[in-house]
Design a protein around this ligand. Structure first.
Ligand SMILES: [Zn+2]
Ligand SMILES: [Zn+2]
Length: 320
């Protein structure tokens, strides 16, 4: 029996069902980026290459389970893919801001009667993030009400480390430095690992929830470090305290935590493809000659990272 928070929208029909996807992934952990933008969708010719959809990352574990990180507008395209499967859908929500929840009403599996969906969220923070995915589907802000949805959905406020741990999915979380609060996640499987830290200010002007040294430990030795890198020094000081990190701070974190690879994420909506290319060039120059990270990319929609465990050696990381 699963443990979950009190606000259950609809009980899962069969709690014994593990929902494992039976796809054979050849022992690989696969990360696919469906939305990489922060704040607001930013489509258009200037952002076409990196993409304009907001935060959504899909993780397929080698064991057959999968996790969705956030439900920004990128989740719409993921929903079309998942609609063809029967897997239980697990969504780990970082927090309830628009750019992390807005795609959910257009996520096709919520309209499938037999679909089981679990949303891991929190009650932390002044805005009451609980079930923020469902709250927007209220018949007024969206033409459908959440209670009309045929899928078997539930919000879980318990620590996913406990709930998913019972299913041998290893997840840890840490509190982000962000207005209203929220969580970062670390996922591990068979020696491979990934950290997802979005909407996090590494050096906030006030009220530090998680200190820099704690972030270094949380990200220590990870194969893939995905981190919010929304701002440049030129955005400051106006945006100091808005809950996002500088590109330069994220570079340093990757070095200090000895991450094997770094993915800069949550691009500013005003950052053009050409500007992100420039950040990439600067990253390449900064990391040249350093032991870690050995790979660094700016996240782009459609990008896929495959982690393959190697016996006695570091994980093989393929990015395409
Ligand atoms: Zn955001
Ligand atoms: Zn936010």
């Amino acid at each position: 029996m699963l443990h979950h928070g009190a606000n259950v929208l609809a009980q899962a029909a069969n709690t014994n069902h593990t929902g494992k996807n039976i796809l054979n992934r050849d022992g690989k952990l696969i990360i696919t980026f469906y939305g990489v933008r922060g704040s607001i969708p930013s489509p258009g010719p200037a952002t076409a290459r990196y993409g304009g959809n907001t935060s959504c990352v899909y993780i397929e574990l080698a064991g057959g389970n999968s996790l969705i990180l956030d439900s920004g507008t990128g989740i719409r395209a993921l929903g079309k893919r998942l609609a063809q499967t029967h897997e239980t859908i697990n969504i780990l929500l970082s927090h309830g801001h628009w750019d992390h929840v807005q795609g959910y009403p257009f996520f096709e599996p919520i309209y499938q009667p037999e679909r089981r969906i679990r949303v891991f969220t929190s009650t932390q923070g002044e805005h009451g993030q609980l079930c923020s995915l469902f709250n927007q589907i209220d018949g007024a802000n969206f033409p459908v009400s959440a209670d009309q949805l045929p899928s078997q959905s539930e919000c879980i406020t318990e620590d996913p480390a406990i709930v998913l741990g019972e299913e041998n999915i290893i997840v840890r979380r840490a509190r982000i430095n962000h207005p209203g609060g929220g969580y970062a996640y670390r996922i591990e499987e068979d020696g491979t690992s990934c950290v997802y830290v979005t909407d996090n200010e590494l050096d906030p002007p006030h009220k530090v929830t998680t200190r820099y040294e704690q972030w270094v430990e949380f990200c220590r030795g990870v194969d893939v470090l995905i981190h919010d890198a929304q701002y440049l020094e030129s955005d400051m000081p106006t945006k100091h305290g808005w809950g996002h990190s500088l590109v330069s701070q994220v570079r340093q974190l990757a070095v200090d935590a000895e991450a094997a690879s770094l993915v800069m994420f949550h691009h500013d909506p005003d950052r053009s493809d050409a500007e992100i290319d420039f950040i990439q060039q600067e990253n390449d120059a900064f990391f040249r000659g350093r032991r870690a990270p050995s790979l660094s990319v700016c996240a782009a929609e459609g990008m896929r990272i495959q982690l393959t465990p190697q016996s006695g050696k570091a994980t093989r990381i393929d990015i395409n």
